[in-house]
Each structure stands twice: as C-alpha cells, then as structure tokens.
Design a protein around this ligand. Structure first.
Ligand SMILES: O=C(O)[C@H](O)[C@H](O)[C@@H](O)CO
Ligand SMILES: [Mg+2]
Length: 390
C-alpha cells in the first residue's frame, strides 16, 4: 500500500457565534495591559482537515485545530512530500521523517500540530486497511465504557453557571470542569469572584461529583500559591494550567505544594516534553491533545511513559482522536467531553465539522469494536457554514 496524496482543507466558521464576554475565561493574555478581548487569540473557529489517500482507495482523515492556515501550509509544503509514495504502515519511520526534517522549527507548536494531523490520518488509514478500530491497534478495549467529564462552565453570572452545572447532573455526568474568570490583575475582588463561582457550582453538585478547575495559563506562581489554600475546601479533582506552559518548574513547585493535583499538558509536545513534565513531577494529571502532541504515534508512547510514573492521562478535548488513546490504556481513566452548543470558544466546532463522535450517556462514552479506523467522516451538512480553503 502506498500513500498517493495528502489533501488539506481549512474550514473557517462563518456561522453564528456566541459573542465574547469579559471574564469568560482567565488566560495567558490577561496579564497584559491591553484590555481588549483577551480570550480572542484562544478561539478555535477554524480547523484543518487532513485526508491521506492511498493507492488502494482508502482515505484516512486527520485534523489540526491550531493556526489552521499555517498548519495547511506546513503540511502542503513540508510534510506531504515526505509521506507521499510511502507505506502508511511504516508510521514510526514516517513520524521520524516528519519530526527530524522539520526539527529546526517544528518540534513544538504548530509544526508538531501539523505532524499530528498527518499522523492521525495515517492511523485512520491503517485501521481501515485491517478493518479494525484504531484503539484495537494500540492496546484494544481496556474499558467497558469511557467515563467522561462535562467541560464548559465558562465564567458568567453565578445563577447561569449553577443552571448549567445542574444540567450536567441531569444528564448523568459524575464530573465537570469549570473556568475561572479572574486572575492576578483583578486583585482581591477577583479572588473573591473566583472563589464564589466555585462555591456556587459546588453548592449545586454537592461533594460526590468531581469538580475540575481551569485557569488556562491565566494565573501565575505567586497568585496560585495564594489561591490554593483558599481552594482546598472545595476539594477539586485538579487545578489546570495555572501558569504558562514553559514554567515547568513553577508547575513542579505548585504540584508539591498542596493536596490539590495540578494538571496540564495540552500545550506540551512529544514524548520528550512529557518526559520532562513527569520527571519533574510537574503535573499529577497529563492532558495532551493527540492533534497537537505528535498524533497517535506520540500519544501512544506518552501513555506508556505516564503509566510507568503512575500519572493518569486525561487528554484535552475528548474528540475521536483522543478517545481511541483513552480506550486503549488503563493509564487513561477518563475523557474530557465538550457539550455540543452554539459555537462559542470553538472546541465545540469539531461537531459541526466531523460526524462519528460518540454521544455520552450518563457520563460514559463508548467506541464501536467493529468500526474500522477512527470512525469519523466529514459532516457535509454544515459545509455551507464554513469558508473552505482548498
Ligand atoms: O482544557 C480545556 O478544555 C481547554 O483548556 C479549553 O479548550 C480552553 O478553551 C479553555 O477552556
Ligand atoms: Mg485546559
């Protein structure tokens, strides 16, 4: 079998989008004096699809969610020539070819996200070629069903957050993640706002539901040290990305500091990046996203490393390219799930672009044992809501 073509398309959402609101989600831009829409650069309203075609007529589908137009250019110009004419089953060799040839600029960030998109498509090809779901090529079914947590609860008025939390309880979720709206620049008032939002959600869900707290790189080491003792009483499952992704020593200091587990990894790349996080005990939960970290080839390696450190893997974003990794290893106990709703931050855009993702039932997802490959197709129903760049 040979790869004959790599087709990339960029899909830019032009449909209805929920308007941005202040203090929606603390993030890395908050510390800057510029008071514009700080979350603006972290909206995912575009996506790159990667279709790897073969001489047997099989087409594998991958995706990249970061900097879509750049990802397309990288794949078209640098990565496609490296894999066309090659056997997709030589996936490790092809991964190394893409990784090493772009090493000067692509080992982290958008370069590795582009490699991830091609790699995911290659794994979809292999699954389709052998008539097996990708998870069966990685380790098989390690769970009857995948527990998942509802992930939204961006900061808004407390009553609306309580109603949203209640809706996840009503759907049977046993875990959910909320976002903080305030950080260091908002001072004691912002701290109180942050604590009040956690108290409001905890009041609705009680003590027997896992509650995860998301900072999205919007805090810093000093502020987090002051917040952690104030958060202890809420017993969060984890505190996520309190500091910038490069502040690995800051992560490690926080992770040793209190009983609140620190999580991160959605902005880390390759097994080398996660070896560093794990060796430094920088996180208690790792959260790579398979369409960023180096694809399924890299994520599979990281699962094994994390298992040997007894650090659970709960990938960022759910979505099919991550569900197969979670299903295939006991090192990954659960998945994130983005509820489907009007396009807002953009994580939910995945459902407007792809079909096949499993629907959670009572807080659990399942994958089909007999659907070859990843089990995704493009959702042509919404194509008219996208500006498409071939
Ligand atoms: O953990 C997450 O789900 C990510 O950080 C979100 O994609 C991001 O939008 C912040 O909530
Ligand atoms: Mg996150």
């Amino acid at each position: 079998m040979k790869i004959t073509r790599v087709r990339t398309r960029v899909f830019e959402w032009k449909g209805h989008t929920v308007p941005a609101q202040p203090h929606f989600c603390s993030n890395a831009m908050d510390e800057l004096w510029d008071k514009s829409d700080s979350m603006g650069t972290f909206r995912f309203h575009g996506w790159t699809t990667v279709e790897v075609e073969t001489d047997t007529g099989i087409v594998g589908l991958g995706n990249v969610a970061l900097a879509p137009r750049i990802a397309k250019a990288i794949i078209d110009q640098y990565l496609a020539p490296l894999v066309v004419g090659q056997d997709p089953f030589d996936y490790e060799y092809l991964w190394q070819r893409m990784y090493r040839s772009t090493h000067a600029w692509g080992r982290k960030g958008i370069g590795m996200a582009a490699i991830s998109g091609v790699d995911i498509a290659i794994w979809d090809v292999m699954g389709k070629a052998v008539g097996k779901p990708v998870f069966k090529l990685l380790g098989g079914r390690t769970k009857e069903k995948i527990p998942c947590y509802a992930s939204k609860l961006y900061r808004t008025d407390l009553k609306s957050m309580q109603e949203e939390a209640q809706s996840y309880l009503d759907q049977g979720f046993k875990a959910m993640k909320m976002r903080f709206g305030y950080g260091p620049k908002d001072g004691p008032t912002g701290m109180r706002e942050n604590l009040n939002s956690v108290a409001a959600v905890r009041e609705v869900i009680g003590e027997d539901i896992d509650l995860m707290l998301e900072c999205y790189m919007g805090w810093n080491l000093e502020y987090t040290k002051r917040m952690l003792p104030r958060l202890e009483r809420f017993q969060p499952r984890w505190l996520e990305e309190p500091v910038l992704a490069d502040d690995i020593d800051g992560y490690a200091e926080l992770n040793q500091l209190t009983s609140i587990p620190i999580s991160g990894g959605e902005h880390e790349f390759t097994s080398y990046g996660f070896r560093q996080l794990l060796e430094k005990r920088a996180v208690s939960v790792i959260q790579y996203d398979t369409n960023r970290v180096g694809g399924i080839t890299a994520a599979h390696k990281i699962n094994a490393i994390a298992e040997s450190f007894s650090v659970p893997v709960i990938p960022h974003a759910g979505q099919m390219h991550n569900y197969h990794l979670t299903m295939s290893t006991l090192a990954s106990p659960m998945s994130e799930f983005f509820p489907v709703h009007d396009v807002e931050i953009g994580n939910e855009l995945f459902y407007y672009l792809f079909e096949g993702d499993p629907e959670p039932v009572n807080g659990f997802l399942d994958l089909d044992d007999d659907t070859p490959g990843l089990g995704l197709t493009l959702n042509e129903r919404y194509f008219d809501q996208f500006h498409i760049i071939e």
